[in-house]
Design a protein around this ligand. Structure first.
Ligand code: TYM
Length: 334
């Protein structure tokens, strides 16, 4: 079976973009892959964070993964800071990656904005740590939303340069394949069809959080930006209508159908009708997850035990691979 690795930052409750772009696919892939899923708390401190809430946010993220259907046995679920192999390989990769490669990362440019001189060095080297997360396990498939594509290309460049520099071109690190699935690989903000749905958007109205209650979901969808036209009957009619495309994509992903099937049913109808159906579908799919999250969070000791076990199993896989990488770069062993 191929090995899967993916990660999510424990920065607040996951939103519908995280769920449809990533988590839901992680659940499905468990059927026919060895899966390793990680709450990436090392990545979370690359931007300002509150040390008083990080630990609880990590538990909440893990509760969200478990409530969504990630099974910590046989899959591995752990938090990144518990497995030091990530940091050891990240340092090697920071010395392999070229500044010019990091300069091309659009996510860094977006996150740093105009304040580029003043963001952390960790935010800049973030993709080297991400490459280490994956390659420390020799994982070959990485299910993510569309926004991570460039980071995965860079991870391959780093792995291949390592192979070239230290292994005479032998494939010590395998090539990784992004797994970007479904009609909602890029869920957009409910307030602006040109911006992706994001935890860092100051407006909570821009996103659906997995723990939003039914009334909140209905209200957010009712207020979601749309255009005055009725829905088209075919996907081609969504061209140039980003808000309509986004809502149709969300519906399609939740129902496991494609855009065309949604439009066969709702084409020609106004957004009033469609938004009602979409809210009902969201409530039906998300409220069991929120209930299960609450149940899990009432028993943090069980979550912590899952994480301890996951970290041990993760370390057992990553340590020998990272030790071999360390031998290849030639550290003195005494
Ligand atoms: P993060 O925490 O921002 O997001 C977690 C996952 O959710 C996906 N996602 C979306 N998908 C569709 N529409 C959206 N609006 C949307 N927003 C987020 C992301 O693509 C991601 O799959 N750098 C990563 C975490 C990471 C990682 C890794 C991922 C660290 N190491 C190794 C894979 C492998 C991140 O910040 O994801």
């Amino acid at each position: 079976m191929q090995r899967i690795f993916s990660g999510i930052q424990p920065t607040g409750i996951p939103h519908l973009g995280n769920y449809l772009g990533a988590i839901r696919n992680w659940v499905k892939l468990q059927d026919d892959h060895d899966c390793i899923y990680c709450a990436v708390d090392l990545h979370a401190i690359t931007v300002a964070h509150d040390p008083k809430t990080l630990a609880q946010a990590t538990r909440e993220m893990v509760a969200a993964l478990l409530a969504s259907g990630i099974d910590p046995q046989p899959s591995i679920v752990f938090h990144q800071s518990a497995v030091t192999a990530h940091l050891r390989l990240a340092w090697i990769f920071e010395c392999v990656v070229r500044i010019g490669w990091l300069n091309r990362m659009t996510q860094f440019k977006d996150k740093a904005g105009k304040d580029r001189e003043n963001v952390s060095a960790g935010l800049y080297t973030y993709p080297a740590l991400m490459a280490a997360d994956i390659l420390a396990y020799h994982a070959t498939r990485v299910p993510v939303g569309d926004d991570q594509r460039q980071h995965l290309e860079l991870a391959n460049d780093i792995g291949q340069k390592f192979n070239f520099d230290f292994c005479g071109g032998e494939p010590f690190f395998p090539l990784i394949e992004p797994v970007i699935l479904g009609p909602a690989a890029r869920v957009m903000s409910l307030r602006d069809g040109a911006k992706k749905m994001s935890k860092s958007d100051p407006s909570d109205q821009s996103r659906i959080n997995l723990t939003d209650d039914a009334d909140t979901i209905v209200l957010k969808i009712r207020r979601a930006k749309t255009d005055p036209q009725p829905l088209p009957s075919e996907p081609a009619g969504l061209e140039g209508r980003p808000e309509a495309r986004n809502l149709v994509g969300i519906y399609a992903a939740l129902e496991d159908i494609d855009h065309a099937a949604v439009l066969r049913e709702y084409g020609g109808r106004g957004f009033g009708d469609f938004k009602g159906a979409l809210s009902a579908l969201l409530v039906a799919k998300l409220s069991p997850i929120a209930d299960e999250m609450r149940r899990l969070l009432a028993d943090p000791a069980t979550i912590d035990a899952i994480l301890r076990d996951g970290a041990q199993r993760a370390a057992a896989l990553a340590d020998p691979i990272v030790q071999q990488a360390e031998r290849l770069v030639g550290y003195l062993r005494v």
